[in-house]
Design a protein around this ligand. Structure first.
Ligand SMILES: *Cc1c(COP(=O)(O)O)cnc(C)c1O
Length: 363
């Protein structure tokens, strides 16, 4: 018997989505690094993304890449969080290349690579205004590129890249990506060779790509969400990519109470379990269900999308999620299982939670 809450991970759907996205990108001359951190690095998922056409597999967590290396995975592994000084040995051992923005980190990677008798790949990050990681001035970026090329013998400069719409929520645009393209061209002229990678961002660059706005020079994207959690594209980005399946992950939870209650809390309102004071609409007395699933599993219940379109997620505390089922056509009973699509944050949290059971579906 299945135990709940249960996160179902459908590998066939993941493969299918990977194929669609990698082919689409290929049409624009773009290679895809498939990013696995959004689902806790589950190795079967990484394998499916590699089979589906990803050129590299990447994660922000070196431990997730270590698991793949130890399984003898042969696709190049990309670390997408700039390395910590305390993990340099593992970074060189368990990944093939990483995104880097600091000269000192480059020096450490170089000496570690020398120790391990390797040539290790690096992609230098250029900050185009999102204000997370990356060298801010183009002149400094070029200097750093020349430094890697000519002074660090155990590093190979794979290319340059940028990160957008993360901290600063800056949208990828033809203008900002042109600055990346220009920097790449200047570096290539100075080195007198081509760069393998000019990496124009993550999933959030896909909307610009399908509108034809990504400069030709960009030849690499790092995509997780756009493959494994595709409902964000139409929801946040007004972008529909034909054929993408939103059901790679489905979360299932069991009903533990059914009742009819008022919709506005009774008594003086203070703060809820998390110190917030939400707004409550008074919609009279409604039918509701409680499922055994909560914000400690999910992060935030607003990231749940019920499969039953007539169901409304009212909110959750740590362990209970309250659903308005008043307008649902199905007659729910105690013990019934409710299914949800989950947005990125909920995918991330549920896949990492020890309290959420996992089921990998192969067919
Ligand atoms: C997480 C991450 C990505 C992939 O993001 P998605 O939204 O899952 O596509 C790409 N690049 C960097 C630097 C990241 O940290």
């Amino acid at each position: 018997m299945d135990r709940y809450p249960l996160l179902e991970f459908n590998l066939k759907k993941l493969y299918h989505n990977t194929e669609i996205v990698t082919k689409l990108c290929e049409n624009y001359g773009i290679k895809v690094a498939g990013i696995i951190k959004g689902f806790g690095g589950i190795p079967e998922g990484a394998e499916e993304m590699a089979k589906g056409g990803c050129y590299q597999i990447g994660s922000s967590r070196i431990d997730q890449l270590r698991v793949l290396k130890e399984r003898g995975f042969d696709v190049p592994l990309l670390l997408v969080r700039i390395p910590m000084m305390c993990e340099i040995e593992d970074v060189v051992k368990y990944s093939d290349l990483s995104l880097v923005s600091e000269k000192e980190t480059l020096d450490l990677l170089n000496s570690e690579a020398k120790k391990q008798d390797k040539v290790y790949g690096v992609v230098l990050m250029y900050d185009l205004g999102d204000l997370r990681e990356g060298v801010f001035l183009k002149e400094d970026l070029i200097k750093l590129a020349l430094y890697v090329e000519y002074d660090l013998n155990n590093l190979y400069l794979e290319g340059i890249g940028t990160n957008l719409s993360c901290y600063g929520s800056v949208a990828p645009s033809t203008e900002n990506l042109n600055r990346l393209a220009e920097a790449a061209t200047e570096i290539e002229e100075k080195l007198n060779r081509n760069l393998n990678i000019v990496s124009g961002g993550g999933t959030t660059t896909l909307p610009l790509l399908v509108r034809g706005g990504v400069p030709k020079k960009i030849n690499h994207l790092r995509i997780g969400e756009g493959i494994n959690n595709t409902q964000d594209l139409p929801l946040y980005w007004d972008t529909n990519i034909e054929g993408l399946d939103p059901d790679v992950f489905v979360l299932k939870a069991q009903i533990v109470e059914l009742n009819e209650k008022p919709t506005h809390p009774i008594g003086q309102l203070m703060v809820n379990a998390f110190g917030d004071l939400p707004h409550y609409d008074d919609r009279g007395i409604r039918k509701r269900a409680i499922v055994a699933l909560g914000n400690q599993d999910l992060g935030d219940s607003s990231r749940l999308v019920p499969k039953d379109k007539d169901m409304i997620v009212l909110g959750a505390s740590s362990d209970h999620t309250i659903l308005d089922i008043h307008d649902c056509k199905s007659q729910y009973k105690l013990g019934d299982i409710v299914e949800f699509n989950i947005l990125y944050q909920a995918m991330l949290m549920t896949s990492l939670s020890d309290y959420v059971h996992k089921k990998i579906i192969k067919y």
